[in-house]
Every structure is written in structure tokens, then in C-alpha cells.
Design a protein around this ligand. Structure first.
Ligand code: ATP
Ligand code: MG
Length: 570
């Protein structure tokens, strides 16, 4: 019933289901008509494109309805967390175009959480269990079979309080005991079967150092942190749907001691996570790729991380368009990587300056062109956008062209260079290929052609019908560069699905191809790190951060050919 309402409203206003909930809550004055969200990353890795989807929801909805979104680091597990991750997370959120209201840390609430745990123990709603995690797991039961009570379930309150204190002094070894909420070992929701809420960890915390040895579990920290901060809509991914009743249970208990907050409570809402083909998104796996040197770092341009995408030349605008296209639903699925690439292409097509680059060069000599002449040809910066103007490219007797653009014995449909056939040199003249020279192995070393001086771009004769157009750079006026070509990181569409194979064995061995000895036009001499270009006829490229004085490095952001269009038209 509710679902139906949502669908019909959605059609009318084009809102997603969470926006509809927020609009309704605001109209009804729920939580005094306040809107507050949070983005709650655990600082145990770099953000990936899945996080971008959550960020666009958490920050986007606050922005849209005049609320605030805070950044909260969910730092309750010192073993995996680090300041390096905190810094990178902040940088990536800002790059996505968002500003948080406040920065909070779950570790700021360790005292309040501790006090709440003590409140539960005193109320007979939590107890110290000295069993091993294996024993506890064995007693859990199954969704259709009730669990068994721990022998410690009914221990005296005083005993639990004393042991809970000891859990925090360092005298209790890790794993020797835990604090569990005492709820219902027969509940059909497994999360209610006396969940563990505190454990002992001796590793120092990246912010609180040695102050704590007893650390709250995610379920015991998240909802309470929302409550302490005044979050109204706690938006997360679908896997937390089954945790929601426990989230509400803790909030109910918390409110018992805080009657002044009668009108306020945070509520949790869930949407589908983003999964993408040909990549992995689990932080554990991404960390493994980095640690084992299978990629060059978190910002390797093949990684699905925000910093990897940024280095590769993906833009903020394109990422936002992609997230808009996939939308927010209640159904998990996997999105085709081609849709992401389509969004990148769409954005770069409108913004990227067109330049000439020859990735696999061979010399072309125009035998009737004067030896010492240089002409400056006009090249449009973007035929889609006249306001981007033009630049000049030097034309000389000796040029570089792509090796693939020449064939000595060409089939009929080969419209590029072959002896006797005319082609147009982009922004310059029509030429006719005459001959070529080879080395002893048969490899072509030089191509010869004559140019027609009456066919310069803009002249009436330049309209002569010629089937092929190729790009070129001048030998004397081009500069060397390295170009890195990337392909999908994994060979298979869904590396997470191959249960019997280690995901590392599914890495595409051809995911990175490094081309040295490429030649690019001089215009690129002063290109800035990250700047986007279109290499005509080839694809979109950007300047890699490895570029330094005298060494220009480009990344292929995405090839020109759009496979998404084809998939969509099927
Ligand atoms: P992992 O399980 O790989 O460690 P995580 O989900 O635990 O990732 P968090 O740092 O806890 O990572 O995530 C912060 C927020 O980002 C959470 O609200 C989470 O729901 C959301 N998020 C994480 N991955 C995705 C995804 N693939 N799609 C959408 N939202 C995501
Ligand atoms: Mg998490």
C-alpha cells in the first residue's frame, strides 16, 4: 500500500523514495521539522564509487531541503583505522563538491556509550559473557530454531559491573569476555539474540590512544551516535535493514533516561548499494590489492576509488550524472561499468580540448613540401563549443602518423593511407600516398606522400571528396610522452560471484599497457596535472600526477567508442 503511494508520487514529482519520506516528515513537522543527516565512514580505507552514492544521498538531501549533513567517522575498531584514511575521506568528499556541517567521531562518544552500557547492566538488560566467540556462535540457533541461553546470562548485576570495568583496565585479555545485551534468544530476528555490544581490544586507538580497552560494536555505537548528534534521517544501505529493529531498541532504551528529548528520535532508512561490473568494492579486497602491490596504490587509475577516478580524469560532474542515472531503490543489483563510462564521455565531450597525439608513431614525409617551411594551422578546441576557440598546430614536411593508419597492400574498404589513395590530414591538406620504406625485417620505417597545396583547410578545393581523415603531429614541433592505457581491472563481469576462485586470480593481466615514445603536439607542453583532453580519433586522456619537468605522462580516461549506447539500443 505504502509502496504504491510512493511509486505514484514519485512519478509526479520525480523524487526518489527517500526524498518523498523527507518531504512528508518536514510537512508533518516530525522532529520539529528538522532535517539532519550524516555520512558515517569507517576510516579503514579510501572511499570508492559506492561511497559516492551514499555521499550524494546524505549530503545531497540535506542540501536540497535546507538541512545539515555532518561527517562522522565511525572509528570503533582501532585495529584497522588510521589518520591517513581520515584525511583522504575529507579530501574526496570536498572533491565531490560537498561541505559538511561538523566533523564528529564515534570515539567522541566513548564515555557516553560506556555510561549507557552501565545503565543497561544496572537495568538487568546486559551481562558479561565469559564464553568464547565460538561457543556464543554455537548457541545462536538458526532463524527457525531458538538459540540457547549463555550460562552467564543471569549472573548478578554487581558481577557484570565489576567485570565490565576490568574489560577496560587492560587486565582482561582480548577475547576472554564480552558484554552482551540481554534481549531474546528466541527472537526470529537473529540480531536480537543477545547481541555482543562491547569487546576488548588492546591496540591503541588512532585518536583516544590507551584510554579505552573496551570498545563498542557497530550496532551499539551507530544509532546512539545518531541520537547524541540530533540526526533525524539515518540513511544507509540495505544490508542494515535487518539491524533496524535493534537500532530502534537501543534508541528506546536510551530515551528512557532522557525524558527531555521526548519529541525527538532518529530513524533509519535503507537504499540499495552500488555494485559495478568488472571491479570489486569491498574495502578489505581493495586494501589487499594495494598491500600486495597488485595495483600501484589506492589512487591507481584502475581502482574504483574516488582518488583513482580523479587521477584517471573522471570528473565530479560525470560522477554526479552517473549517480543520478542509477538512482536509489530498494533492490540490489549490479550496474554496467559502460554506463559510468558513458557519463564520463558525455561530460568530457562537452569540455575537453581537442588535441593531436600519435601513440604509435611512424614518419610520414611529404616529398613536395618545402624543407624549411612551417605553417601554423588552426585547430578548433572543441567543435561542440565555439566559445572554446582554437589553437595553432605546426605543420612541416616531416610528420608523425599512427602506424595503424598505413597499409601497403590494403583491402578495398581501408580508407586511410595506402599507395595511390588520397586522405585528408586533419586541419591541413589532402595528401596522396606514394610509397614507403622498410627495414630488413619488413617493418615500415617511412611513408612517402605528396600534398596538394590547393586543399588547405578552408580553401574551396579542400571540400574535395576524400574518404579518410587522419591525425598527425610535426616531427620537429611535437614532444615525447608516455601514455598509459587502462582496461577493466578484472577479467570477469562479477569477480565477487566466483566463489571457488581467489579474486586476485581474476585480475585482467592486460589492465595496464604503457606506451613510451608517443608524440603529442606542442600545445600540451604546459598542460596541468589532471587536465582533460581529447586526443582526436583516439579517446579522452588526462595528465597523470607522475608528470614532471621533462616527462609528460598521460592516462587514457576512456576510449571514444561508446559501448553503452549499443547496450541501451538493443
Ligand atoms: P566495506 O564493507 O567495504 O568495509 P562499508 O560499507 O563498511 O564498506 P563504511 O565506511 O562503513 O564502508 O561506509 C560508509 C557509508 O557508505 C555507509 O553508510 C555505507 O552504507 C555506504 N556505502 C558503502 N558501500 C556502499 C556502496 N557500494 N553503495 C552505496 N553505499 C555504500
Ligand atoms: Mg561499514
Amino acid at each position: 500500500m505504502i509502496e504504491e503511494n510512493i511509486v505514484s508520487e514519485e512519478n509526479k514529482k520525480n523524487l526518489n523514495f527517500i526524498e518523498l519520506i523527507v518531504e512528508k516528515d518536514l510537512a508533518e513537522g516530525v522532529n520539529s521539522g528538522k532535517l539532519q543527516t550524516r555520512f558515517p565512514p569507517e576510516p579503514n580505507g579510501y572511499l570508492h564509487i559506492g561511497h559516492a552514492k551514499a555521499i550524494c544521498m546524505d549530503f545531497g538531501i540535506a542540501q536540497k531541503y535546507g538541512g545539515i549533513c555532518n561527517l562522522r567517522f565511525d572509528d570503533t575498531n582501532p585495529i584497522k583505522e588510521d589518520m591517513e584514511y581520515v584525511d583522504s575521506i575529507m579530501e574526496d568528499i570536498q572533491w565531490l563538491g560537498y561541505r559538511w556541517g561538523n566533523v564528529y567521531y564515534a570515539s567522541d562518544y566513548f564515555q557516553q556509550l560506556w555510561d549507557f552500557a552501565v545503565q543497561l547492566i544496572k537495568a538487568g538488560k546486559a551481562y558479561i559473557d565469559e564464553q568464547t566467540s565460538e561457543q556464543i556462535a554455537q548457541q545462536k540457533g538458526t532463524p527457525t530454531r531458538a538459540g540457547a541461553d549463555s550460562p552467564f546470562r543471569n549472573r548478578p548485576v554487581e558481577e557484570s559491573l565489576e567485570l565490565f570495568n576490568k574489560m577496560n583496565t587492560g587486565e582482561i585479555p582480548e577475547g576472554a569476555m564480552v558484554l552482551r545485551a540481554k534481549i531474546n534468544m528466541a527472537s526470529p530476528n537473529m540480531h536480537f539474540r543477545d547481541p555482543v555490544i562491547y569487546r576488548v581490544i588492546h591496540t591503541p586507538h588512532h585518536r583516544t590512544g590507551d584510554t579505552w580497552k573496551a570498545y563498542p560494536m557497530y550496532d551499539f555505537a551507530h544509532g546512539q551516535s545518531d541520537y547524541f548528534e540530533g540526526v533525524t534521517h539515518s540513511i544507509c544501505t540495505l544490508e542494515f535493514e535487518v539491524h533496524r529493529p535493534l537500532y530502534d531498541w537501543f534508541i528506546d532504551e536510551l530515551k528512557k533516561e532522557r525524558p527531555q528529548d521526548e519529541d525527538y528520535r532518529p530513524r533509519q532508512f535503507e537504499f540499495n548499494r552500488l555494485n559495478l561490473t568488472y571491479t570489486v568494492m569491498s574495502k578489505r579486497k581493495l586494501l589487499q590489492l594495494v598491500k600486495e602491490g597488485l595495483v600501484s596504490g589506492w589512487d591507481d587509475p584502475r581502482m574504483p576509488t574516488i582518488c583513482g577516478f580523479r587521477r584517471r580524469g573522471y570528473t565530479t560532474t560525470a560522477i554526479h550524472h552517473f549517480i543520478d542515472k542509477i538512482g536509489y531503490t530498494k533492490f540490489d543489483g549490479i550496474i554496467d561499468y559502460a554506463l559510468l563510462e558513458h557519463s564520463i564521455r558525455e561530460d568530457l565531450n562537452s569540455k575537453a580540448k581537442r588535441v593531436s597525439a600519435v601513440l604509435n608513431p611512424v614518419k610520414l614525409i611529404l616529398t613536395n613540401y618545402p624543407e624549411n617551411q612551417t605553417e601554423m594551422m588552426e585547430a578548433l578546441n572543441n567543435p561542440e563549443d565555439a566559445s572554446m576557440g582554437s589553437h595553432e598546430i605546426a605543420f612541416t614536411r616531416e610528420l608523425y602518423v599512427e602506424r595503424e593508419d598505413f597499409m601497403e597492400d590494403a583491402p578495398k574498404k581501408f580508407f586511410r593511407m595506402t599507395p595511390g589513395q588520397e586522405v585528408r590530414l586533419k586541419n591541413a591538406y589532402i595528401i596522396k600516398c606514394t610509397d614507403c620504406k622498410k627495414d630488413e625485417t619488413g617493418r615500415i620505417t617511412e611513408i612517402y606522400a605528396v600534398y596538394d597545396p590547393l586543399t588547405k583547410s578552408g580553401m574551396p578545393e579542400s571540400n574535395r571528396k576524400v574518404k579518410g581523415t587522419i591525425h598527425w603531429v610535426s616531427v620537429a614541433h611535437s614532444i615525447p610522452s608516455e601514455v598509459r592505457l587502462y582496461d577493466r581491472l578484472f577479467k570477469v563481469e562479477n569477480p565477487n560471484e566466483e566463489k571457488d576462485t581467489d579474486f586476485r586470480d581474476l585480475i585482467n593481466p592486460d589492465s595496464l599497457k604503457i606506451l613510451t615514445g608517443c608524440r603529442v603536439e606542442k600545445e600540451l607542453e604546459n598542460a596541468q596535472i589532471l587536465e582533460n583532453f581529447q586526443f582526436q580519433r583516439i579517446g579522452y586522456f588526462n595528465v597523470d600526477s607522475d608528470t614532471k619537468e621533462g616527462k609528460l605522462v598521460f592516462n587514457r580516461t576512456v576510449a571514444l567508442k561508446d559501448s553503452w549506447q549499443k547496450i541501451k539500443d538493443k
